[in-house]
Design a protein around this ligand. Structure first.
Ligand code: PEP
Ligand code: MG
Length: 844
């Protein structure tokens, strides 16, 4: 069908029911039509294809807008637009199908009006469907001519015509979780919506805008909608809002119960007040007790104004801001490496990578092409992507959303310096309790720790990068304390308990004195433990437990030995793969293993083969996406499917063993006997080929199946090491990264302890030893309990070694066995923890 011209100002051609072999063919056809119409000179098609290679021009909802690169503007004779309608669709990118391909030739910004209409059309699904199905070019032409706004123009504070009043009855107000459900619903209803509280109004599609309304229980708000289906859309949205009430009330009741339990006698470890100061609870994120005056960090969300500029100037401004931010990030990486180490600096390496994210940059450009300002477009693009990530219900992705916003703020400050003013420079001289909605990783890394005693945030999770940095800095920290934190009066005194997730408010003088005494006692104990850290972990009656450290890099070995570790009980080799950004070669691996062994001298090194999958994803391995990665192809399952990963690692290990030293090989995530047998066979084949010595080959016990079948597996494994982090996750069916369930993912759960006891019993049948290298081994009480259960070796973070050794030295084996027997009979983790220091476990 021949193209139909429309439009007086911009040359527009429409081809109904177009056919193309693929995306490139469709772009070429669009380009050729523009050439034929005299809008561009030949060669513009190539420019459109080049542009597509560096940026995705898929606008969304079946509409793509291919156009030439900025450098090729000279090929444009006059502005023109061509619309190719593909009723069956053309695959633009995996998962993106284009039905309307709008090719653009633009020497000036006159096509922006058409793009504005297109973006409005995208929000109107029914109209778009008509355009995709129509046989009449005039229908498309009319839609592109139609300048009527999608919704009646309304001033920011004015409601749309259809309205419903609602009083917030969520006990904790509109916090992040329900707000993300609101914005998801608002995006899906297809009509413009507004939420107003007093003089402030928000577009509920934006999570941030909703949170900024700061809605509390009891606030009355007006929900309003515009457009053709306004009433139905509004009722759907209202239904979503009200259906959340029951869930919010149940959550609040549970939180109150927890707070009451903690406030009464508190089975949790940590300091307990003498009086009854007001208590708020969150999730423990960085251990320790901090006392200080509350300093509320004002929200740094600056109002980003929309100041459209010429597209060419805008592109240059954005590019300059990105270049300067990259340079700034390099400085931050350098500084963090020197102050906190390469591990923590890696957080900012990952953030810097976001500056090259093509999707993010394309989205920004697309918004700019629609006629918006640079800062506004960048901010919108960051928010859209971050909201999408945060709303997926995956804590890891939610942490990436925080990173994206963090780096996004840096770029904004480069685009417009006025948008970069934070308030961290206003910290009081005296060390304070810093209270914030959430803290970005760069805020945390650059905190003046002389002025901050502890941190309490309304949002965030214990696995966020900010929490990790707080732990490295030694700053007691509680996250997810709820929005009520932000309403606390500044200057009041608070005590933050980063071990238990509690925040005590306005403590009495007696409470303060007791907290200070507790801190002093802890410091004294720590000093005493450190003094004796080189002594063995031997009970009073001569029972010795081997103590290892969890260390991944050769340069960490000296520190772990200085803390009293007797070897490395767990070297996680996935870090070799994660840090390099590419698969390390056999020789590179060999070098690292040798350096580890040389640093250790004749002390043992237990190397765990690659444990990829679950929380440890390696982008450059390009593994298929899994719905449930923790239940997917991870650990041993992956190794058995990928000899290209397993064999070089085993060769590197056996070559390292051949050069001398004490090496042990350990396989992760074993769930069955055939897996173990197959892996052992691979070990033996490679060992024989290299004529390397026989080394002990053991397995991690991280899955209930392995614990239950330990008596069978022990015949084929030389040793076991229990991974309590994963064993807890799989036993209790709690995602180890879910901040919501963090306090319930307790390795002291009697079900987990019973599986460990069963593992010990299975191992004994074949004379094998059992270690524990999960988090429980580094908790002094957990370590004592594990020793009583019969565990022979404990491996932990180097810093935990002195306290664990001291705890074991302080007791005798009979008491530990009695303690273990009682713990195995307990009903709950709280009951187990209550045995800490009780009756005959007094000295344990
Ligand atoms: C564990 O699961 O306890 C463990 C030590 O392994 P990782 O934490 O590396 O999964
Ligand atoms: Mg594990």
């Amino acid at each position: 069908m021949p193209p139909t011209p429309i439009g007086p100002t911009v040359e527009t051609l429409i081809r109904i029911d177009a056919r193309a072999a693929n995306k490139e063919d469709a772009i070429r056809q669009a380009g050729q039509l523009l050439v034929a119409a005299g809008c561009v000179v030949p060669g513009y098609e190539e420019s459109m294809i080049r542009r597509e290679q560096v940026a995705n021009t898929f606008l969304g909802s079946g509409v793509a807008i291919p156009h030439g690169t900025g450098d090729d503007k000279g090929l444009v004779r006059r502005d023109g637009i061509v619309v190719l309608q593909f009723a069956d669709g053309i695959e633009w990118n995996p998962g993106q199908v284009a039905h309307l391909v709008v090719g653009i030739a633009a020497g000036s910004d006159s096509h922006i009006a058409i793009l504005r209409r297109l973006t409005r059309l995208i929000q109107n699904e029914a109209r778009l469907r008509d355009l995709i199905g129509t046989r009449d070019p005039e229908t498309i032409a009319a839609a592109l001519r139609d300048d009527a706004p999608a919704a009646p123009a309304a001033d920011a504070a004015e409601d749309y015509p259809e309205r419903i009043e609602w009083t917030v009855d969520y006990p904790a107000g509109l916090h992040a979780r329900p707000a993300s459900v609101w914005s998801e619903s608002a995006r899906s209803v297809g009509s413009p919506l507004r939420v107003r509280h007093g003089a402030e109004a928000a577009d509920p599609r934006s999570l941030v805008a909703l949170l900024q309304l700061g809605l509390k229980a009891g606030d009355t708000i007006v929900l309003s909608a515009a457009g053709g289906n306004a009433r139905a859309a509004l009722e759907r949205f209202h239904g979503v809002v009200t259906r959340l009430t029951a869930q919010e009330k149940a959550d609040a009741a549970r939180a109150a119960e927890k707070a009451a339990a903690a406030a009464s006698k508190g089975p949790l470890k940590g300091w307990t007040p003498v009086g009854t100061p007001r208590l708020m609870t969150g999730v423990a994120a960085s251990p320790g007790l901090a006392i200080g005056r509350i300093h509320i960090l004002a929200a740094t969300e600056a109002e980003v104004a929309d100041r459209p500029v010429d597209l060419v100037a805008g592109g240059a401004l954005l590019n300059g801001a990105l270049v300067r931010t990259r340079a700034q990030m390099e400085g931050l990486i350098d500084d963090t490496t020197r102050r906190l180490g390469a591990g923590d600096a890696a957080i900012f390496v990952a953030q810097a990578g976001l500056l090259d994210d093509t999707d993010l940059i394309t989205l920004t450009c697309q918004i700019m092409v629609e006629g918006h300002g640079v800062a506004w477009s960048w901010h919108q693009a960051v928010e859209q992507m971050a909201t999408r990530l945060a709303g997926l219900g995956n804590p890891v992705l939610a942490a990436r959303a925080a990173d994206l916003r963090d780096v996004g703020r840096r770029v904004l400050a480069q685009i417009d310096p006025e948008l970069g003013t934070g308030t961290l420079g206003d910290l009081p001289e005296e060390p304070c309790i810093l209270v914030a909605g959430d803290l970005s990783p760069s805020d945390t890394a650059t905190l003046d720790i002389g002025r901050v005693a502890g941190i309490a945030t309304a949002l965030g999770g214990p696995t966020s990068h900010s929490a990790i940095l707080a732990r490295t800095l030694g700053l007691p920290s509680v996250v997810a304390g709820g929005p009520g934190l932000l309403a606390l009066p500044p200057g009041g005194t608070a005590i933050v308990d980063g071990d238990t997730g509690r925040i005590w408010l306005d403590p009495s003088e007696a409470d303060l004195e007791s907290a200070r005494a507790w801190l002093a006692e802890r410091a004294r104990l720590r000093a005493a433990e450190e003094e004796k850290r080189a002594n063995p972990a031997e009970t009073k009656d001569g029972h010795r437990v081997a103590i290892g450290a969890n260390v991944n890099r050769p340069d960490q070995v000296a520190f772990c030995l200085s803390q009293g570790a007797e070897g490395v009980g767990l070297m996680r080799t996935e870090f070799l793969f994660l840090e390099r950004g590419e698969t390390p070669s056999e020789d590179e691996q060999y070098t690292v293993y040798r350096e580890m062994m040389e640093a250790l001298g004749d002390r043992p090194l237990i190397v765990r083969t690659l444990d990829i999958g679950g929380d440890k994803q390696v982008p450059h391995l390009d593994l298929p996406h899994e719905e449930n990665p923790f239940l997917g192809v991870r650990g041993a399952r992956l190794l058995l499917r990928r000899p290209d990963l397993l064999d070089p690692q085993l060769r590197a290990l056996y070559r390292a063993a051949k050069a001398g030293g004490e090496l042990l090989i350990m396989f992760p995530m074993i769930t069955s006997l055939p897996e173990l047998i197959a892996l052992r066979q691979r070990c033996e084949a490679i060992r024989a080929e290299l004529e390397a010595p026989v080394v002990p080959v053991g397995i991690m016990v991280e899955v209930p199946a392995a614990a239950v079948q330990s008596h069978i597996l022990a015949e084929h494994a030389d040793f076991f090491s229990v991974g309590t982090n994963d064993l807890t996750q799989y036993t209790l069916a709690i995602d180890r990264q879910n901040p919501e369930l963090a306090s319930e993912a307790d390795s002291l759960h009697p079900a987990v302890l019973r599986l460990i006891a069963q593992t010990v019993e299975g191992a004994r049948r074949h004379g094998r030893w059992v270690g524990v290298c999960g988090g429980l081994a580094g908790d002094p009480f957990g370590a004592a309990l594990l020793t009583g259960i019969g565990v022979d070796e404990l491996s932990m973070t180097p810093r935990d070694v002195p306290a664990v050794k001291a705890r074991i030295r302080n007791t005798d084996l009979a008491s530990l066995r009695a303690l273990a027997a009682r713990a195995l009979e307990a009903g709950t983790p709280e009951a187990v923890r209550a045995l800490d220091g009780a009756a005959d476990g007094k000295d344990v």
